[in-house]
Design a binder for this molecule. Structure first.
Ligand code: RRO
Length: 314
């Protein structure tokens, strides 16, 4: 008897037929882009982070690809949350979960958006972005533990739809503990680790210049270099939070082996960002095939067989 290798998983109580889907940001702003994710092998559809009103974002050039990844300072260009709510009915035709990312410009905006989204049909879950690095004058909430608590208290008064948070990368061990202590006090459905590493700088040495226009060239770093940081954040939150909180890995995923590593660290699902921008939605089928091959070779039939089972050295 032969068995299919399954990439199925569960996020926020929703079954996904594949543990791979898009990160909020690349190719998920317009209905046409969301349709493309829906028609692909992605296990879910996640929207671009939504604000109360439509935004143009920062001036271009605002995204730049390098051999090792990307830098961006998009500045939250999006169609406004009503657009992503309206899209929910169409998203349902793809028979996979539809998640809306929310990144209000202030706490009151976040509450207003989440109140409007909460309980709406076909919105499977909300990903609250605590970590946008690119809106001038707006600090990343996830780096302020007390403010994160205040915001979550405000949000959980109103939300009935499952809600998870997208965190910035942490680098200091006490910071993982401090954020975990906040998250433990709320019925968080999932935690996405990590957003881009904020405020890096990429330089064009021929031009002796920065490569993106906003914020004097400073922007969020994605791609290969951020994978070790992403894995560390996935691992830490997997070990610090209850096992019913799904950890979603994001950072440096471009191959099946990258996904395998994230799952070993404890990820229940993974999101693809920089590589999705580079390759388009075909990346989901390619990476899934690579992951199945790796799992087959190791005798794993499903992701629970190795999820979180990273070994440490004696
Ligand atoms: O739009 C952006 O500039 C942006 C956002 Br909201 C985010 O969460 N992460 C990122 O790298 N860019």
């Amino acid at each position: 008897m032969t068995y299919e290798t399954s990439l199925a998983t569960v996020v926020a109580g929703c079954p996904l037929s594949s543990c791979l889907y898009n990160a909020s940001g690349p190719l998920c702003t317009t209905a046409a882009e969301l349709d493309a994710v829906g028609s692909s092998e992605a296990g879910a559809i996640l929207s671009k982070s939504a604000t109360l009103e439509k935004r143009q974002g920062n001036p271009s050039p605002r995204y730049f690809e390098t051999t090792w990844g990307s830098i961006n300072s998009m500045g939250l260009p999006n169609e406004g949350y009503r657009y992503y709510l309206d899209y929910a009915k169409r998203a349902a035709t793809f028979n996979k979960p539809y998640f809306i990312s929310v990144s209000g410009l202030g706490f009151e905006d976040n509450v207003a958006i989440i109140r409007a989204l909460s309980g709406q049909e076909h919105v499977s879950a909300i990903e609250l972005n605590l970590s946008c690095p690119n809106v001038p004058g707006k600090p990343q909430t996830g780096y302020d533990f007390e403010q994160s608590r205040v915001l979550l208290e405000m949000i959980f008064e109103h939300v009935t739809t499952p809600l998870g948070v997208k965190l910035p990368p942490y680098f200091d061990l006490p910071h993982f503990e401090m954020m975990a202590a906040v998250l433990r006090d709320f019925p968080i459905a999932f935690v996405t680790c990590i957003n881009s590493i904020g405020n890096g700088l990429v330089i064009d040495t021929d031009q002796e210049s920065v490569v993106i226009k906003p914020k004097s060239g400073f922007g969020g770093i994605g791609g290969d270099f951020i994978k070790p940081t992403a894995l560390a954040n996935v691992r830490k939150f997997y070990t610090l939070l209850d096992k019913d909180v799904a950890i979603i890995g994001c950072g440096g995923i471009k191959s099946g082996m990258d996904v395998f590593e994230h799952i070993l660290c404890g990820a229940s699902a993974v999101q693809v960002g920089t590589q999705l921008m580079r390759e388009g939605v075909g990346c989901f089928a390619r990476i899934a095939a690579e992951l199945r091959e790796i799992m087959g070779g190791k005798g794993y039939r499903d992701i629970d067989s190795f999820k979180g089972k990273l070994k440490t050295l004696e």
